[in-house]
Design a protein around this ligand. Structure first.
Ligand code: ADP
Length: 936
């Protein structure tokens, strides 16, 4: 699981601040009711922080949020637990799944913390089980409330976004709804129950306070009455005893009066009568007088009840004090002066009221309420046992006095008490009515416990309801899913539609839609089946048709193949025929032209020379025609190759002009060469083919021009050589412009008659230009002349790479030449040419003889005819290269009438160095021999 990146940004800081503020604020709200547990509401914020932020951030947040809890009352363990809960969750629940968070949070809280909490409460709240249980429950609920609210807040704000960065969590609907229902029930029930408990507690408190106030008022009255009644007894007895002069009369009356008063007011434990000096004269019970006589307490003149009454002449109520002499009871003394007839005090009567007599007021108090009566000195007159204050001890005083109100925080036993007080005007005393706050708490705790148990029950109900609702939704959903999953239109067409229990309208709609879809699908499948059946039928038909078609195609292919074979055979035969014819014609032509050339070297009589020239020109023309036919045959059969080399293009064009200058001169036509400066001196192209095209066009131009000028123009643009031959001749009509490039086509049928020609020249030119990757065009109009333009792609070459040898090279005289030639005429011509240059030459008639000779002698050059009897030239050459005496150095030059490219290639492959085609010309022969010697 990848951890998200946390960047400290302002929005994050604001988030953290708000969460802390909210959590701490909620935790600061005072508990809505008093309990032994901790009721807080802000733990949710800490839980949210633990799930949302990494531990480094969420732990300090948890501490800040929990801080207010530590300022409230309550158990230490509870405070620790509530603080630790989000911290534990932060360590073990951050970035965990929904279920894990619930397990970790709920588990830790209920299984680990609660027992510890329980133990702590068991130590302090032992006397009241309800208080103990309700205290533990209240703290537990605070934690659960925090877990639920924090987790819900996280789920609704960030939990859903988790799918962006993590694997989305898969949760069952049952679980989710149970959780949410239980959570919502829990939170809602908590709110309601807390409110009701709070209200109930407030009401209870109000009632108790009301009761106490009322009770204090009643006590004030009762105590006043009680004191004044008893004072009245003393006063009336004193009055009864006043005015007597004779002591014996007083004796008798006093004794009687005291016993009457004692019988009527038994709260007085003793009475005594004194004379004006404070000496005790009478007592009740009477036997106490013995103590007086024994000198235990003969005089009470120092007692305030004596001298205050004597001085003021009025009844007196003393403070509480420890009685002495007549017993050791704690008492309050009431006295009144006994006056003489003239109204002077002659003694007092005193009654000791036992402090225990105030217990009758306490007995009327309800359980839990305590009574405290203080005298004017602040000493305890009477205190209920629960207050644990002894009479005569100092009554408690509080620092908050006199504005303490009715709630005393640090009251008796160090506990909190409700206290109401009132003054008893009669005695200048104070009556306090106490109620221990704990009693309120314990009286509330059983109610609280019941409510809390109800809360748990409601949450359980929520869980069950959630589960049932989820089941209600998920059952039909699952049934529908199962139905959809089982649906297979190809096999399961009979599956039952799940009608039952689909009470949820949306689901019913989904179901209905699916059923419709299903029906559409079934129909579609039916249609598909039909279409398939049709398709199958169509396929069968198609298959049959295919088979018959295949058979027919096979048959046709067979026919075509055999036709192609026959065509190929015919083509081969034609090529073979042409090769043979070429060879056969060239050999005699070689004789004719060679002989003429040799003849011209001698001084011939003029008429013989003229005849020889005619023979030579006619033979040359014939050779040209032969070459044209051969060229065309080569182009058509695709055997014409390209031989690109560095070519001196200027020289090539000028040579062409030279070649036709004689024919032009005869017709008095000027031939101009106009080469643009853009044309480089050398271009890489097939010189032979370019000059053949130029020659063809030039020859046509001269042929079809009677007067004017012929211009050979050349340009070089965009890596293209553009050559244009313009004339001022007869021109070509527009309708013929397209056909003249066809073979054997002439613009006019009369052309042949008048100008001659084969109709092959332009077709060959076009073929050659296209072979070089170029194009040829014509612009012409009748009687206005024609311009033939062709352009071929070619790169610039090196001008120094080509050396043309327009002159006949001179051969060194000491070289040894072997000529292998079966034709005597041809042999004679070659030998004559070499003899003229004083070169010695040996001749053999076949390849085998040539091989034998080469084995014996080291020749410099072997001129090898190809077609010879016994052993042909190609075989002889390959053997000479293996066995010849001078096998590596000797230069072998082919001399053949075989004018095809493959012939040339066969010669070179056999080890020949150069290739000369018949008819043999002296210049060609000598230049080639010189060239080869120069290379060796
Ligand atoms: P031919 O051997 O007849 O010259 P070509 O293929 O060279 O065959 O020419 C075909 C025809 O094109 C010629 O017969 C002629 O009618 C026409 N032609 C070719 N060049 C020219 C030209 N320069 N002026 C007029 N007509 C021409």
């Amino acid at each position: 699981m990848r951890k998200p990146d946390f960047h400290l940004s302002w929005s994050l800081a604001l988030n953290v601040f708000l969460v802390c503020l909210l959590g701490a604020g909620l935790n600061s709200i005072p508990a809505p009711f008093d309990s032994a547990g901790i009721a807080v509401f802000g733990c949710g914020a800490a839980v949210y922080a633990a799930l949302r932020f990494p531990p480094l951030l969420s732990i300090p947040m948890a501490l800040v949020i929990s801080a207010p809890i530590w300022f409230s009352d309550g158990s230490i363990v509870g405070k620790e637990s509530l603080t630790l809960l989000p911290i534990v969750l932060s360590f073990f629940g951050y970035q965990k799944s929904l279920r894990q968070i619930i397990k970790i949070g709920g588990g830790f809280w209920s299984i680990v913390f609660v027992p510890i909490l329980f133990l702590e409460h068991a130590l302090y709240d032992t006397e009241n089980l309800n208080l103990l249980l309700s205290g533990v429950l209240v703290t537990w609920i605070s934690g659960v409330l925090g877990l639920v609210s924090g987790h819900f807040a996280y789920l609704t704000t960030h939990g859903l976004r988790r799918k962006l960065s993590y694997e989305p969590e898969k949760v069952k609907l049952n679980f989710l709804l149970s959780y949410f229902f239980a959570g919502c029930f829990f939170v809602a029930s908590t709110a309601v129950i807390y409110l009701s408990v709070s209200l109930f507690q407030q009401q209870q408190e109000r009632q108790i306070k009301g009761y106490m106030a009322q009770r204090v008022a009643v006590l004030q009255q009762q105590l006043s009455d009680f004191i004044s009644q008893h004072q009245r007894v003393i006063s009336s007895t004193a009055q009864t005893l006043s005015g007597d002069k004779r002591a014996e009369q007083l004796d008798a009356r006093a004794t009687k009066q005291l016993s009457i008063a004692a019988s009527l007011y038994p709260n007085f434990i003793t009475f005594l009568v004194t004379d004006d000096s404070g000496n005790i004269t009478h007592t009740y019970p009477p036997n106490l007088i013995e103590n007086v006589r024994a000198g235990v307490l003969p005089n009470v003149a120092y007692r305030p009840y004596f001298f205050k009454a004597m001085q003021s002449g009025k009844p007196y109520l003393s403070n509480v004090f420890q009685g002495r002499g007549f017993g050791n009871d704690q008492i309050v003394a009431m006295s009144a002066p006994i006056k003489s007839e003239d109204g002077k005090p002659i003694g007092i009567i005193e009654g000791s009221l036992s402090l225990k007599s105030f217990s009758i007021f306490d007995e009327l108090s309800l359980n839990g309420f305590s009574l405290l009566i203080e005298d004017q000195k602040g000493e305890v007159v009477y205190a209920s046992e629960t207050l644990n204050l002894r009479p005569l001890s100092k009554a408690p005083t509080y620092p908050c006095e006199p504005e303490c109100g009715n709630e005393i925080q640090d009251g008796p036993e160090g506990k909190t008490w409700l206290r109401y007080k009132g003054d008893i005007a009669q005695a200048n005393w104070t009556v306090n009515y106490y109620f221990k706050h704990e009693y309120l708490l314990s009286s509330m705790s059983s109610y609280l416990l019941k409510d809390l148990l109800l809360l748990l029950l409601l949450s359980l109900l929520g869980t069950i309801t959630g589960f049932l609702v989820a089941r209600m939704i998920s059952m039909p959903l699952r049934r529908l899913i199962r139905y959809i999953a089982n649906f297979d239109p190809s096999t399961n067409r009979e599956s039952k539609i799940p009608h039952q229990a689909l009470h949820i309208q949306e689901l019913t709609s989904v179901n209905a839609e699916f059923v419709k879809l299903e029906q559409r699908l079934l129909k579609a499948f039916d249609d598909l089946d039909k279409t398939r059946a049709k398709e199958q039928q169509l396929n069968v038909e198609l298959g049959e048709l295919n088979q018959s078609l295949e058979a027919r195609i096979e048959e046709k292919t067979h026919h075509l193949e055999s036709a192609l074979k026959s065509a190929e055979a015919a083509n081969t035969a034609k090529t073979q025929f042409l090769a043979n014819m070429s060879h056969e014609i060239r050999t005699p032509m070689n004789g004719i032209i060679g002989s003429c050339e040799l003849m011209f070297e001698h001084n011939l009589p003029e008429h013989i020379a003229s005849r020889a020239k005619t023979i030579s020109r006619s033979a040359t023309n014939l050779l040209l025609i032969l070459d044209s036919i051969l060229d065309w045959s080569k182009i058509e059969s695709g055997k014409m190759g390209i031989d690109n080399r560095d070519t001196q293009i200027h020289e090539l064009l000028h040579s062409a002009r030279e070649l036709y200058l004689y024919s032009a001169d005869i017709k008095d036509i000027a031939v101009d060469v106009n080469i643009d400066s853009s044309v480089p001196s050398a271009l890489i192209t097939d010189a032979g083919k370019v000059s053949q095209v130029v020659n063809n066009l030039l020859s046509n131009a001269i042929k079809f021009t009677d007067e004017g000028t012929i211009t050979i123009g050349a340009e070089y643009r965009d890596n293209h050589l553009i050559i244009a031959i313009s004339d001022t001749g007869i021109g070509i009509s527009e309708d013929k412009l397209n056909t003249i490039f066809e073979k054997f086509e002439q613009a006019d049928a009369s052309t042949t008659r008048y100008y001659g020609g084969t109709g092959l020249g332009l077709a060959i030119s076009k073929g050659l230009v296209e072979l070089m990757g170029g194009e040829i065009q014509v612009k012409s109009a009748l009687s206005e002349g024609s311009t033939f333009t062709f352009f071929i792609p070619c790169k610039e070459g090196e001008s120094s790479a080509v050396k043309t040898m327009s002159e006949v090279a001179t051969l060194p005289e000491n070289i040894h030449v072997l000529l292998a030639e079966d034709n005597d005429i041809n042999a004679e011509i070659v030998m004559d040419m070499l003899k003229g240059a004083n070169v010695r030459c040996i001749r053999t008639r076949n390849g085998l003889d040539a091989l034998e000779a080469a084995k014996k002698y080291a020749f410099d050059v072997i001129i090898m005819d190809c077609q010879m009897p016994v052993m042909d030239g190609v075989t002889a050459t390959s053997l000479i290269r293996k066995q010849g005496k001078n096998k590596d150095e000797v230069r072998i030059i082919a001399l053949t009438a075989n004018a095809f490219e493959e012939d040339r290639q066969a010669c070179l492959n056999a080890g020949m160095d150069a290739y000369l085609s018949k008819p043999i010309r002296k210049r060609m022969l000598f230049n080639t021999v010189a060239n080869q010697l120069a290379k060796s």
